[in-house]
Design a protein around this ligand. Structure first.
Ligand SMILES: C[S@@+](CC[C@H](N)C(=O)[O-])C[C@H]1O[C@@H](n2cnc3c(N)ncnc32)[C@H](O)[C@@H]1O
Length: 282
């Protein structure tokens, strides 16, 4: 994130492409030719070790972003990462790829302090049998059914010490949340519906998280006037939440086709916001 100076961002909120979830395979393969070559190798050798190398390489790619995030965050800055684990059959073998655990390990190595995380429980996911679709009749027989993945993680990390403010700092008090909000937002399970992905191919491709998630995180972990970063912007939910809650924001997105959707998302919420957007193409 060459444009960003060290210690210049107070909060990072993001959801990256999820390693080993099929819809993101192409993005990883395009981003890193080594990953594309490993997929080809897997077709020929079918080895477990090659699958592990693919998974490791995907997390190495994401790890570069977590490292850059650490650099640009201020002391006491927070990183919030929405990630789901993946289940997948590769060469006929079904297994879990625990993305949340890998990201925690990587971020700890970078120097982040791991904080208690949030589980986003989606009410819509159906139970699966052998990793395929809904439970069938045979799913009532032990012991070969799998537990359904119906939660995603919102991992939380801090860089360095707690942020400090002068006593009775006005901006901080102006950013206060209510008791009701505190009780709900700071509990570990958030039961929230996912965003409808059926609107169109582009929106589906962006795999947006609900505005409510971005809004809560912005209000919980930053104060008005802070800068919020999203290195995997998608449809722009994070910058919309930042703008609407009086924070500055910066986002990175590699898919140029999403630009009109990002602009629409921000403009939809508050018509006068669009002129403040600065787009840097490289
Ligand atoms: C899960 S989506 C983000 C969805 C977003 N939270 C929202 O609400 O719309 C991940 C996004 O990261 C983008 N992406 C992948 N690699 C990237 C990179 N190296 N830099 C910037 N964006 C990237 C993808 O194109 C995709 O739009």
């Amino acid at each position: 994130m060459l444009e960003l100076a060290d210690d210049s961002v107070q909060l990072m909120v993001t959801s990256p492409p999820y390693p080993m979830i099929k819809m993101w395979d192409t993005i990883f393969a395009k981003a890193d030719p080594k990953i594309a070559a490993l997929w080809r190798e897997l077709e020929e050798d079918g080895k477990e070790g090659t699958v592990r190398q693919i998974y490791d390489s995907m997390h190495l790619y994401l790890g570069e972003v977590w490292r850059e995030t650490y650099r640009v965050l201020v002391d006491g800055g927070i990183a919030a990462i929405n990630i789901g684990d993946a289940t997948r059959s590769v060469n006929g073998k079904f297994k879990l790829f625990p993305n949340h655990a890998r990201i925690m390990e990587v971020c700890e190595k970078i120097g982040f302090i791991t904080l208690p995380y949030i589980l986003w429980k989606k009410p819509t996911t159906k139970p699966t049998y052998k990793g395929k679709g809904a439970f069938l009749g045979s799913g009532f027989l032990p012991p070969n059914a799998y537990v359904t993945i119906d939660c995603e993680f919102i991992l939380l990390f801090r860089k360095g010490n707690l942020r400090s403010f002068p006593p009775h700092d006005k901006t901080r008090y102006d950013s206060m949340f209510t008791k009701l909000q505190r009780d709900e937002w700071f509990s570990q399970i958030w039961a929230l519906k996912g965003t409808r992905q059926t609107v169109g191919e582009l929106e589906r491709r962006s795999a947006a998280y609900p505005y409510e998630i971005a809004k809560r995180l912005v209000k919980m972990f930053s104060v008005k006037g802070d800068t919020v970063l999203d290195p995997f912007l998608g449809s722009g939910t994070t910058v919309a939440a930042a703008k609407l809650n009086d924070r500055n924001s910066i986002g990175y997105e590699t898919d140029p086709d999403l630009l009109p959707i990002i602009i629409k998302k921000i403009s939809d919420k508050k018509a006068d916001l669009a002129p403040e957007i600065q787009i840097i193409k490289r």
